[in-house]
Every structure is written in structure tokens, then in C-alpha cells.
Design a protein around this ligand. Structure first.
Ligand code: PMP
Length: 430
């Protein structure tokens, strides 16, 4: 029966550790920011399921659109249009930041990054490199893993295309004796030096996240963004901004590019765009839109159900003005967390903006040693109290508790999540 099959399934799943993970829930239902497991327990989900459901689970506008599309036409190969595809294309271009006016779709953020890299290489056919940043994260396909900084979870050996790895400034742990701003200037000088030495003219593009997510929630100063755009122009590199995680309202604006006043040549989006369905893609400036028929066509690349859900989701994000909601909630959350920081020695830094919020947990405020086991304890204890936070704990990337719920979380729910966090921090500290 089903229960037996589920037990056997736990042994069969490729990605499970032998014996399974005791904290892993089996989810059966979700609504808004709430999820329920198969034991009937209710949880407040501060992760929006891999930071992807900006709109909250089960939004009727998205569900109805997906059901209607499913009844009409589940799939069309990418050589055909569907009405929703054309409407979503127009909508994405209408909300795009800067001068981006062409759009392509695919299903995963990783595949969208691959699309952006292919597009850059199409535009710079003689280039040998793509530049990437220290602690960047761009996905889990083999190419996007290689584009990411060697992440502890990406240790698959030497499958490395030609990525030119550049340092990033570190505002929290600047090099000895310098401030974050000095670190930014120094790092820009080092980047210039690397680009001048030997690789001039051979770097197709530089890809980075406007606010690094999976590599440890690392912020950049305005000077960094401006300096990088100048270097891209000087060295003929296309600037690819990876907004898979930061886009669609997460940071309190529709795009982090608006937040930081960036001028990307290519922008990658994903996660929140599908309203809980798999959807991602690329926006680019007209002059770089150089794909030909058949380029980058995947069997399910423009999957009509995802596209229909995406059309409804993006329309709803605009209608509900979710970026503004994220900004207000983010302001409230960071104020409360900064107050908690004065009482909790574990909190090294509170990071934002919008509802992209993280706490870096440290054992000591001077050495900033990552509190890896403590972060896990906070995560586990909070889940047992019904609140699911994100956790990331690597000695190399810092130890973070992440608060990135659906942007339509209620103020009461957010307040409750912060109360629980306050309690479990006290428990773990004593
Ligand atoms: N880029 C960034 C910035 C991301 O955060 C992610 C996902 N965490 C990806 C790309 C990859 O997206 P996906 O997991 O949908 O392939």
C-alpha cells in the first residue's frame, strides 16, 4: 500500500543519505506562507520553498490559470507559440529594468544561466572566458556549477569550462586593516589587474548576482556595481546580472537591478516568476539578441502550463504590488532583528534588503568564526516549534539563518516567526 511504498521510497531516493534525514518533512499541502506535513503538523514557511514562491502557495489566480491551460493544451514544442507565451513575453519586457527588451524562457534558473552564457558567447565568438565572482552561485548543471564558486556541494572534480575567477570585496570580513569600502576599491584594482594581464579581449561576459545568495548573502557597495559596469565597458565584456533569486520583488523592488541602479546587458530570472511552477528565462538588450531559430530549444523549454502560471503570477505580483509589501516587511523584520542583535551574542550581522533577510551567526564578534553547529540547532529547534527558516552553514561561506518567506506573508505571521527565532536563539545560547 501507499505507506509501505513511501517507506521503501525513503531508501530508494538517490539524493538521500543512507538511513534518511530525521528532520526531513513529507509535505502534503500549502497555502500562502503555511505548509502541512503528512502528520498533520502546520508550519510557517520562511523559505518560500527554495525562495521561489514570492506570491505564496496556492494563489487562486495562478492555480486557475494552470488548470485552464492544462485542460486546453498541456504541451507545445517550442517552435510554436501559445497565447500566454506571447502575453508573458510582452509583460516581462514591460517590467524589465534598464534597456532590456527581448526575452526568452526556460524552466530552471540553471538552464536560464546557460542560455545567458550561450547568448554572450554568440555575441563574442572569439572569447575564451566568462568571468565569475568569488562566492557566486549560478546553479547545479555542470556548467553552472563550474560558474559558481567551488561550493561545498559542487565538488564533482574538474569539469571546468574556461571561467576566469575574480575576487569579490567582503564588507563583513574585509581584508586585515581595511574597511569594507577600502576593500571594494582594492578589489576593483585587483580585478582590473587580472583583466589587463593576458586576457584582454578574450572575456565574453562577467556574470554576478547583485546580492549574492547561496554563497553567503554577500552585499556589495554602490561603488562596486559602478566600477564593474565601467570595467565591462572598457574590456568589452557583456554584463550578465543573475537575478534568479533577487528578482520579482524579493528585495523590495521588482528587480535588485533597480535597487542598485544597474544597467545589465543580459538579466537572468527564475524562481518567483512561475508562481510556484518551474519557469525561468533571460532578458537582453536588442543588440545582443542574437539567437537563431533552433538555438537553445529544449523539449519543455516553453512548457505552456508553466508559462500560463507565470503570466498569472507576474500579473498578480504587479497587481498586489508585492515589491512594496516586501520593502515594508523587510523594514519591520530588520528593525526587530537589529534590536535582537543587541541581546543575542550569536548574531554577527543582520542583512537585507526587502524580504531577502539573513542573520550571520558567529561565535565571536572579533574573529567572526562561523557558528556552524549553532545555526543548525537554531534551524532544527525552530522547525520543531513550527517555523521553517533557511539555513546555510559552511565554515567557508559563513553560517546563516535565512528569512525569505512569500512576499505576501502577513505581519502577524512574520512577527510570530521572529518571536520563535528570538526564543530559539536564547535556547541555543544558554
Ligand atoms: N542563480 C541564482 C542566483 C540562484 O540563487 C539559483 C538557485 N538557488 C540559480 C541560479 C539556479 O536556479 P535553479 O535551482 O532553478 O536551477
Amino acid at each position: 500500500d501507499a505507506a509501505d511504498l513511501q517507506l521503501l521510497g525513503k531508501e530508494a531516493l538517490l539524493h538521500e543519505p543512507p538511513g534518511g534525514d530525521p528532520e526531513k518533512l513529507t509535505l502534503v499541502r500549502a497555502q500562502g506562507s503555511l505548509v502541512w506535513d503528512d502528520q498533520g503538523n502546520e508550519y510557517l514557511d520562511c523559505t518560500a520553498q527554495a525562495w521561489s514562491n514570492n506570491l505564496g502557495a496556492g494563489d487562486p489566480r495562478v492555480i486557475e490559470a494552470a488548470i485552464a491551460q492544462t485542460r486546453e493544451l498541456t504541451h507545445a514544442r517550442p517552435t510554436f507559440h501559445t497565447p500566454a507565451l506571447l502575453e508573458l513575453a510582452a509583460l516581462m519586457v514591460s517590467i524589465a529594468p534598464g534597456q532590456l527588451n527581448r526575452v526568452g524562457f526556460t524552466l530552471h534558473g540553471s538552464m536560464a544561466v546557460e542560455m545567458a552564457l550561450k547568448l554572450a558567447l554568440r555575441n563574442r565568438p572569439d572569447a575564451e572566458h566568462v568571468a565569475v565572482l568569488h562566492d557566486g552561485y549560478h546553479g547545479r548543471s555542470i556548467t553552472t556549477m563550474a560558474a559558481s564558486w567551488p561550493h561545498p556541494q559542487n565538488a564533482f572534480g574538474r569539469l571546468q569550462p574556461h571561467f576566469l575567477r575574480l575576487p569579490r570585496p567582503d564588507l563583513y570580513r574585509p581584508r586585515l586593516g581595511s574597511t569594507g569600502e577600502e576593500d571594494t576599491e582594492r578589489t576593483l584594482a585587483v580585478v582590473r589587474d587580472i583583466l589587463e594581464k593576458g586576457t584582454e579581449g578574450s572575456v565574453a561576459a562577467l556574470i554576478y548576482e547583485p546580492l549574492q545568495g547561496n554563497g553567503g548573502h554577500n552585499e556589495f557597495s554602490p561603488r562596486w556595481h559602478q566600477g564593474i559596469r565601467e570595467l565591462c565597458d572598457e574590456f568589452g565584456m557583456l554584463l550578465i546580472i543573475d537575478e534568479v533569486q533577487t528578482g520579482l520583488g524579493r528585495t523590495g523592488k521588482m528587480w535588485a537591478s533597480e535597487y542598485y541602479d544597474l544597467d545589465p546587458d543580459i538579466l537572468v530570472f527564475g524562481k518567483g516568476v512561475g508562481g510556484g511552477f518551474p519557469l525561468a528565462g533571460v532578458l537582453t538588450k536588442q543588440e545582443y539578441a542574437k539567437f537563431q531559430a533552433g538555438d537553445d530549444q529544449l523539449t519543455f523549454g516553453q512548457f505552456p502550463i508553466s508559462i500560463a502560471a507565470g503570466l498569472a503570477a507576474v500579473s498578480a505580483i504587479i497587481e498586489d504590488d508585492l515589491p512594496a509589501r516586501a520593502a515594508e516587511h523587510g523594514h519591520y523584520a530588520t528593525e526587530r532583528l537589529r534590536e535582537m542583535q543587541t541581546r543575542h551574542p550569536l548574531i554577527g550581522e543582520v542583512r537585507s534588503p526587502g524580504l531577502m533577510v539573513s542573520l550571520e551567526l558567529v561565535r565571536d564578534h572579533v574573529t567572526k568564526e562561523p557558528a556552524t553547529t549553532e545555526a543548525h540547532e537554531v534551524f532544527v529547534r525552530a522547525q520543531r516549534k513550527g517555523v521553517i527558516f533557511g539555513e546555510s552553514r559552511y565554515a567557508s561561506l559563513g553560517s546563516l539563518i535565512k528569512i525569505k518567506p512569500p512576499l505576501d506573508i502577513t505581519r502577524d505571521q512574520l512577527s510570530h516567526a521572529l518571536d520563535v527565532l528570538d526564543e530559539v536563539l536564547t535556547d541555543v545560547e544558554t
